[in-house]
Design a protein around this ligand. Sequence first.
Ligand SMILES: Nc1ncnc2c1ncn2[C@@H]1O[C@H](COP(=O)(O)OP(=O)(O)OP(=O)(O)O)[C@@H](O)[C@H]1O
Length: 290
Amino acid sequence: MQDLIISNLSKTYKNGVKALQDITLQIPIGMYGLLGPNGAGKSTLMRTIATLQTPDFGSIQLGGLDVLAQPNELRKVLGYLPQQFGVYPALSAELLLDHLAVLKGIINSKERKEIIQALLHKVNLYEVRKQKLGGFSGGMKQRFGIAQALLNNPKLLIVDEPTAGLDPVERNRFYNLLSEVGEQTIVILSTHIVDDVKELCPRMAIINKGKVLVQGNPLQIMENLQGRLYEKMIHKNELEHYKNEYQVISDRLYLGNQIVHVLSDKHPGSGFKLIEANLEDVYMSQIFNA
Ligand SMILES: Nc1ncnc2c1ncn2[C@@H]1O[C@H](COP(=O)(O)OP(=O)(O)OP(=O)(O)O)[C@@H](O)[C@H]1O
């Protein structure tokens, strides 16, 4: 299967917000992390790829498919889990999957049953398949969301901030499931949780204000900051001064003091120690410089 190729995608909403500004990305099979702060344009990009809205300019290709010109063809090979995914609370998981499968065109009942049983096992909901969705936990609902997105065995799976509100155990379980899907499928995962991308995605992009700030392999991207990142513990009253004097890319409270990370080509002075950059630093430095 070929990559998803997004070229020069732009979108300005009627209120003048430039949600996408000349976005160009190449996304291969596997997990692809789309990182960005609130309002960066992640959902707009995902909805555009999912053919739920149209851009002003640009193109999207999936293999030989011109996605914008052939939205119905794309939908046949697309799985989508939107940020807000509602379920019918009175229906059981099995029954709702059955309805959704019919809507997706799986009309042969034997085939439908087989697909649904296999998916319920895959997302670990087989034991609770007869229970009403209204009683499901957040994590169970999200796993149900993935099951419905996989009904048509998609080539492209889009999941928009899927782990909001999940506890660490459920988040882990959910990501294991996504990684498994990512072995054969293009999986685009949007999130603002930097660690999720670092651990799961061999490729990623950081976007902000509708623009791609950086893209590539997380380890290689982190490499670019090595030898230029320094840390110092300061008194919290000193923060303003350090922000004026140095390129402070992040600051956090630590036991009543403040720890700052500073980007500098040469040693910034006493008390600073050189540290290894992590993806959070990359993210903060990109957002800082944007
Ligand atoms: N239908 C719309 N009409 C006007 N402006 C919009 C619309 N949808 C989104 N926007 C604006 O476009 C920008 C990008 O929004 P988008 O929802 O794509 O960002 P996001 O990265 O998904 O954010 P979040 O992480 O908060 O979900 C924001 O400034 C948002 O307010």
